[in-house]
Write a protein that binds this ligand. Structure first.
Ligand code: HSE
Length: 308
């Protein structure tokens, strides 16, 4: 008997990871989208009232249904769905909100359609949804949300990805001060050109970060998680960025940078204990500034979208 209803979890993700602008991203735990899809007897894509955020209900303007439509078009399918999205984190937080919706939606639709595609093949449909939100194709949130782990984009044309292994004990602290930064605006700040001197520094760090992840070389990791492209221009959009980064790096973080286009930041730690010992002080920084802050401590999520 074919399945009529499904619920999936699509994890949030950290894109760029320091030097890997538009190329690196990893999935995290706890935060993400819970997407429920039910088959309809007609061809309509119907968006039910979302939970956790006010999302567009016009299927042409919602990343989830745009991604599903792209999948249906490729199959020449007229199958309609009721789509319900529950967001466990805020859109515009720099944790790949639109990528979670687009990935979860195509993953769920593919399952209900009898899995005509592999998870890797679903990427291009999820990217069509993501493009609606950010105005351009970037896979550094979609790839980890869909496939899990630490993903790297070797090439966009053609799209080619590879997965970078990460040390088991590594923990990620997400720090989200509650101000909104739109990806499209944050993208506009990024320089269009780099000098060879800057590029040389960046690709040195890209190589070093991959090696550090493979070998659990934490000293190298802490040197490699730097960025000449986005961090210098985007950090000004994030309240207390310098102070929080300095504190974390002085107290055991083995890497700190902006998550995607911000305002969320990520800090990597060798253990949950070290990360926890920093959390109170970081919370105090934002309490003093009267700005709500959300912290999330997790592993790098080895899983992408999953049926729940
Ligand atoms: N790589 C993208 C950027 C991710 O930094 O603009 C957006 O979340």
């Amino acid at each position: 008997m074919s399945l009529n209803r499904i619920q999936v979890f699509a994890p949030a993700s950290v894109a760029n990871v320091g030097p890997g602008y538009d190329t690196f991203g990893f999935a995290i735990e706890h935060l993400g989208d819970v997407i429920s899809l039910t088959k309809r007897s007609d061809s309509k894509l119907n968006i039910l009232k979302s939970a956790g955020a006010d999302l567009p209900t016009d299927p042409a303007k919602n990343v989830a249904t745009v991604a599903i439509q792209s999948l249906l078009d490729s199959l020449d399918s007229q199958q309609g769905f009721d789509v319900h999205i529950k967001k466990l984190f805020k859109p515009g937080s720099g944790l790949g909100s639109s990528a979670s919706s687009a990935s979860g939606a195509v993953y769920a639709a593919n399952k209900l359609l009898g899995e005509p595609y592999t998870d890797e093949q679903l990427l291009e449909f999820a990217l069509d949804g993501e493009e609606l939100a950010s105005g351009m194709i970037h896979a550094d949130n979609v790839a980890p949300s869909l496939l899990g782990g630490f993903q790297a984009v070797r090439s966009y044309e053609p799209l080619e990805l590879f997965r970078i292994p990460t040390p088991e004990e590594l923990r990620v602290l997400i720090i989200f001060p509650d101000v909104e930064v739109k990806t499209s605006e944050a993208k506009g700040l990024v320089p269009k050109e780099l000098s060879v001197k800057e590029a040389r520094e960046q690709w040195g760090n890209v190589g070093a970060l991959i090696h550090a992840m493979h070998t659990a070389d934490y000293k190298l990791m802490s040197h490699a998680i730097t960025d000449r492209i986005a961090e210098p221009v985007r950090r000004q959009l994030i309240p207390h960025y310098g102070k929080v980064k300095q504190y974390a790096m002085d107290h055991g973080a083995v890497g700190f940078n902006i998550s995607g286009s911000g305002p969320s930041m990520f800090a990597l730690f060798k253990s949950a204990e070290t990360a926890k010992s920093c959390m109170t002080e970081i919370e105090k920084v934002y309490q003093k500034a009267d700005l709500p802050v959300m912290l999330n401590l997790s592993r790098i999520n080895p899983n992408g979208c999953q049926v729940i």
